[in-house]
Each structure stands twice: as structure tokens, then as C-alpha cells.
Design a protein around this ligand. Sequence first.
Ligand SMILES: [Zn+2]
Ligand SMILES: [Zn+2]
Length: 229
Amino acid sequence: MRYFCPECGKSVNKLFDKLCSKCYLELKNPIKVNECLELLVCRSCGKIKVFGRWLEKNNESLKNFVMNNISFSNLKITDAALDFYQKDYGYDVKLVIRISNNKKEFRFEKKFKIFEKKVLCESCLKLSGQYYEGILQLRGNFNKDKLLNEVNSFFEKEKLEDSLASVVSIEQLKEGIDLKIGSARSLKRLVKNVLSKFNVEVLETYSVVGYDRQKNKMKKRVTFCVRFL
Ligand SMILES: [Zn+2]
Ligand SMILES: [Zn+2]
């Protein structure tokens, strides 16, 4: 059975809300999305901002970003698929959704663009300003190159979860080496999971370095003095 769309006169085999699917989409505008979405991308670590959080850029986080920017009125969607086409400015996006209505399934297509805006995420901003939450003091007898390699490769893995996990600076001293570390949490994990496996003495101290108005508490910095015996 064929039907005629009263709007455009096209002959189709099913009508949605008395219209062909193209006219329905244009006239009823059930899927609301900006023609151009702006996506913040960190130019240093490549993460993208999705709903206030910085996430690794992949298909899933891009999809979340797009879905957070679309409203579907009260449609009952049975399936939604997104295709991304990389461009100079970001992406061209094709959204295909399926909606069922009276046991019939309809397919709607919508195209729009994502424009990338390069910024620095909070973590990279902190790192670029020599921000650090902890100090690691290495003392005693150890193989410098080998140990620094271990420290760096540990932080490489940690960085996937904690973008502040890295060595901000290295200072060679008479009595050993001082490292400034971006993330106190990752520094703690380094000491516990890597350094404690050596024959070492560990001393953990804290110093107050300011006041965090946002969190309403003292800003502390942790120092681990690790002495290799
Ligand atoms: Zn039509
Ligand atoms: Zn970043």
C-alpha cells in the first residue's frame, strides 16, 4: 500500500504522524540539535570536555558529547547510530535514529557539524604552570637512570587515569635527587607499588602551602623521602 505525503506529495509506503519521514522531521522538528556544536579539546593531552569532565577522546566519549547536546522531545527511540567524519575543523556527524510508532519503524537522518576548539584542560594548565602536589626525595644508594626510568614508566601508565601524574621537574642535589610530581595521589601509588619493593626507608611528611577557597580547606603538599639502604 502506498500513501501520499500531504506536504510534499511524495508517494511513500508509510506515514509518520500523517507525513512522510522527511516532512515530519522538517515540520515537527522532533530532534533538536545545533547545526554546529563546539567541542573543547585540550591541545596538550588531547582530552575532550563532556558534560564538565575531561575524557579520553574516543568513539564513546564523542557519542556521549553529541547525545548530551540533542533533545528528542518525547520520541521513543529504538536505535540511534552516529557516524563521525573527521574534517579540518572537527567532524561532520550523521545521526540515524529509528523510532517505532504503531508497530511501524521509521528511520530519520540528521546531519550536523562539530567544531573543535583547542584549549588547555585544567590538568595541563596546572602542569604548564609548574603546578605540583608532591615532592619525591630519593636518597642513598640507587641506580639513577634505572630508577628514573621506572618512575617515568609508572607515571605513563597512571596518566591514563590521572592526567596530573608526571614528573614536573628534577633537581640533582649533593645528597640525592628531588622530583616534583604533579599528582599527590599518583606519587603515593608510586611509593607504595614501586619504590617500597626495594630495600628502602620511607618518610612521609606534609606541609601547608595555602588555602583552597573552593574546597574550603588547607592546601597541603606531601613529601616522600625514600632512602635506599
Ligand atoms: Zn513529505
Ligand atoms: Zn590536557
